[in-house]
Design a protein around this ligand. Structure first.
Ligand SMILES: Cc1cc2nc3c(=O)[nH]c(=O)nc-3n(C[C@H](O)[C@H](O)[C@H](O)COP(=O)(O)OP(=O)(O)OC[C@H]3O[C@@H](n4cnc5c(N)ncnc54)[C@H](O)[C@@H]3O)c2cc1C
Length: 400
């Protein structure tokens, strides 16, 4: 087994690291660089993105022919981990959620170059943002979209007419292209379909930007109402009834890219804590000499490394053309927990300073909580694993 990165990917990783150190981390300290929802302000983001493009560090997940870096998944993992050493890093390189997952699925399922030019290229270029519109408030679908989805797209005269309500749609405020999942039949397996719509189409509106405990993605998390949105048949993605399949194509890699980014954030928490405990003294010595401090740092470091290996293994499997569903679920459960633990230990070891806004620890601490919910709650991933275990028996542990 060879765990080394190729020289090309490792060089790129170091380039991202240097860029983040020089151009991105310094922006975090000044509150003037933040928007009203605790993310980077657009005025600061635009020139930062120009610099990233000029440095050849743009859209690592997209094909070279479309202006990206054309990396394999393993390369994404190395890139994203370094990118998210800063809370603003993924946006700087155009590899942040939800655009990242939306670009990836559109690149896979759009059939013609003309469709890609229209719906995908402006997102790659960073000219517009996009949203993935699936989750619904009660009594609609959350963890169980196949069984519970209420938003309907009814086919009439070559068009789909959409009625329903969605919520927690990341980036929806200010997005231009939306990927919508809606019910087209009551078939339990093939009842959902996926569509594209443009912000200027009538028949839908944002009801509110749902306030949350954490810092927000650009465009927040929004509640949306559909009342007679008309979608032409050519804007359906894949075949009618393929909505859940499309969701899996999107969410598998998207969950893993969360893990890649969260690993970078968790490492940053340790980095900040370590810098503090090396300097700060109590009871006759620097804090890093106290054994219980060392245990906290050592335990989190080990959890981060376990998460990286799970993530890299899943990335490698995706690069082999496998779905890696189990591996992605394991990585998602573990890395979400690790990010929460790392943020908590970071705050704890920095004492009152950790609780202040003088570092990004409190930002990461609040943001981290959503990691156990987004793209499938941890309990649902555990259920998926238990089902696989029951079905596969000892084959669950196979290497191949
Ligand atoms: C910050 C943020 C951004 C999001 N962005 C998007 C987005 O862009 N687009 C989108 O469509 N959705 C988005 N979501 C929604 C997210 O995907 C859902 O929160 C997630 O799928 C869980 O659904 P739910 O919140 O409705 O939980 P529910 O289905 O209401 O479940 C509540 C809780 O019940 C438990 N539970 C559920 N099922 C099981 C089970 N089988 N076994 C044991 N326990 C279980 C879990 O603890 C779960 O957290 C976002 C959510 C957040 C918090």
């Amino acid at each position: 087994m060879d765990f080394t990165l190729s020289p090309e990917i490792d060089m790129l990783r170091l380039k991202v690291r240097a860029f983040v150190e020089e151009h991105v981390i310094p922006l975090e300290a000044d509150r003037a660089n933040y928007d009203a929802h605790e993310n980077i302000s657009l005025d600061v983001l635009r020139p930062l993105r120009d610099k990233a493009k000029a440095a050849g560090l743009w859209a690592p997940q997209m094909p070279k022919a479309r202006g990206g870096l054309g990396l394999p998944m393993i390369g994404w993992a190395a890139f994203y981990e370094e990118a998210n050493r800063s809370i603003f890093g993924p946006l700087a390189f155009n590899c942040s959620a939800p655009d990242d997952g939306n670009m990836n699925v559109l690149n896979k399922v759009l059939k013609t170059d003309a469709q890609k030019d229209q719906w995908l290229q402006p997102i790659i270029d960073g000219k517009i943002r996009s949203s993935f519109v699936m989750t619904e408030p009660h009594p609609g679908s959350g963890s169980d979209p196949g069984g519970m989805m209420l938003t309907r797209a009814e086919k009439r005269d070559g068009k789909y007419i959409v009625h329903g309500r969605k919520w927690f749609i990341s980036g929806a405020d200010g997005a231009t292209h939306y990927i919508l999942v809606a019910r087209t039949s009551d078939d339990p397996r093939n009842g959902l379909s996926a569509f594209l719509y443009h912000k200027d189409q009538p028949g839908w509106r944002i009801l509110r930007r749902v306030p949350t405990m954490g810092p927000e993605e650009l465009g927040g998390t929004c509640e949306i109402e559909f009342d007679n949105l008309e979608i032409p048949e050519e804007n359906r993605l894949m075949e009618e009834g393929d909505g859940l399949r499309l969701t899996q194509i999107r969410l598998g890699p998207a969950r893993l890219t969360h893990c890649m980014r969260w690993t970078g954030l968790a490492k940053r928490c340790l980095e900040i804590a370590h810098a503090y405990v090396k300097e700060r003294k109590a009871f006759g010595t620097t804090l890093d000499q106290h054994e219980s401090v060392q245990i906290m740092l050592g335990e989190v470091a080990a959890e981060i490394e376990k998460g990286r290996l799970l993530t890299m293994h899943a990335a490698w499997k995706l690069d082999q053309g496998e779905k890696a569903q189990k591996e992605i679920s394991m990585a998602k459960i573990h890395v979400a927990d690790t990010l929460n633990r790392a943020a908590d230990v970071g705050v704890q070891l920095c004492g009152a300073r950790g609780y202040s806004k003088d570092t990004v620890l409190e930002w990461i601490y609040r943001y981290a909580r959503c990691a156990k919910l987004v793209d499938g709650a941890s309990e649902v991933h555990k259920m998926v694993l238990a089902r696989s275990l029951a079905k596969e028996g000892n084959d669950f542990w196979s290497w191949g």
